[in-house]
Design a protein around this ligand. Structure first.
Ligand code: FSX
Ligand code: SF4
Ligand code: SF4
Length: 305
């Protein structure tokens, strides 16, 4: 492998705002991944979500992301980006899972509903029988080397689908694995949606070096290790009590507008979003989308805690 873990971590944690995902297109990393990808396909499945996680990954990054996902990460199945569909695509996915049993990586986007035997989320049909997300996660989860839970919906209390009411009994990957006695490790990559760097960076780390160091909420410390409020560029305003009365004002802390930065842990303040153009706090507030209590405990979004 041509890229040492230490250098990879430095690339991922790069402090230069605006570089975004392009940091991950380091030639050394690409070379390392090309080798790793051959034996470790990624199967990406989607349950109860808005596909925002995939959109975040595909829409906002370096143009060659599609190529990287298909050729470098060896993405064998992804309901939104793959050309094939239906039973044929599912058959291929199950074949890959069998062929690479204990070796492939499973990426799960969206929550998994348990009510009505999982019938609230049908992901396909096999031999005339409906296949639920619950069955799919259980079957593939048992065979995967590791699972990456992408987005708030796949983590903790299942994000928006799991919000108060939760008639479908939406559940996270970890909750399903615990109930089914599946021992496959799970890495949480929360956010609604998660930053593309968090997703690609975590998958790359899992592929190249194994499961990264996680915090108490099962998130890679590499991306979620620091508190937003403690590192926020508006922190000086907070200290001096200078509050912004509107979202659009350049100066002033957003606390009184509802900012949840004090309880949110992620590197948005330095990584920024949309290829480094801006981030939530610059134009609105942090709604704490990476935390276990999202969205219920973060609501109302636009009222101070
Ligand atoms: Fe959830 Fe993904 Fe929020 Fe959406 O599908 S994390 S609703 S942005 O995108 O699962
Ligand atoms: Fe903290 Fe939010 Fe104010 Fe930044 S804008 S200092 S994160 S309360
Ligand atoms: Fe989520 Fe807050 Fe980061 Fe925005 S600033 S992406 S709401 S953690």
């Amino acid at each position: 492998m041509s890229l040492k873990r230490r250098d990879f971590v430095k690339l991922c944690a790069g402090t230069m705002a605006g570089l975004g995902i392009s940091q991950l297109f380091h030639p050394g990393l690409l070379k390392a991944m090309e080798g790793a990808a051959k034996n470790t396909p990624v199967i990406w499945i989607q349950g109860q979500g808005c596909t925002g996680c995939s959109v975040s990954l595909l829409n906002t990054v370096h143009p060659s992301i599609k190529e990287v996902l298909l050729k470098i990460i060896s993405l064998e199945y992804h309901p939104t980006v793959m050309a094939s569909e239906g039973e044929l695509a599912l058959e291929h996915m199950f074949e890959i899972a069998e062929q690479y049993k204990g070796k492939f990586f499973l990426a799960v986007e969206g929550a998994i509903p348990k009510a009505a035997n999982g019938m609230y989320c049908i992901v396909g049909e096999m031999e005339g029988k409906e296949l639920t997300m619950l069955e799919l996660v259980t079957q593939l989860g048992k065979k995967a080397a590791a699972t990456v839970a992408l987005g708030a919906c796949a983590c903790y209390n299942a994000g928006i689908p799991g919000a108060e009411g939760n008639l479908t009994e939406a559940s996270s990957v970890k909750a399903i694995f615990e109930e089914e006695g599946i021992a496959t490790p799970v890495v949480n990559v929360p956010g609604c949606p998660p930053h593309p760097d968090w997703m690609v960076g975590t998958i790359a780390h899992v592929l190249l070096y194994g499961v990264p160091e996680l915090d108490d909420n099962g998130r890679p410390k590499l991306f979620y290790g620091l508190n937003i409020h403690e590192n926020c560029p508006y922190r000086g305003y907070y200290e001096s009590g200078t509050m912004s009365p509107v979202f659009t004002q350049k100066q002033g802390c957003r606390y009184e507008l509802g900012c949840k930065g004090p309880v949110a842990n992620a590197d948005c303040w330095k990584r920024k979003w949309n290829n480094g153009v801006n981030w939530c706090v610059e134009n609105a507030v942090c709604i704490g989308c990476v935390e276990p209590g999202f969205p219920d405990d973060m609501s109302p979004f636009y009222e101070a805690m």
